[in-house]
Design a protein around this ligand. Sequence first.
Ligand SMILES: [Ca+2]
Length: 98
Amino acid sequence: MVSKEEILKIINNKKLLDEYLIKCFKAVDTDNSGYVDFKELEKMLFNVSNEAHVNKPNQDKINKIFDAIDKNKDGKISCEEFCLIARKNLEKMAKENK
Ligand SMILES: [Ca+2]
């Protein structure tokens, strides 16, 4: 987990942001295929739920999240698609923390 100060530092620095987003993508893409598949997204969401101490999302919810990230509907999440969402999330977190 990153602190509020770290989040702000990251989103205000393009180089740091790119590095951070790619690091996140690689952490989720566990088989190094260059894409995040459904199982990998599921695993990530379960980990996030665990850390946040909230209930795990069900298959239906994961499907919806996957669909929302997979903009071109090719059934896999590319680095670009992933980074876009991860960045939005960071910006949201930074706002909420203010
Ligand atoms: Ca895709």
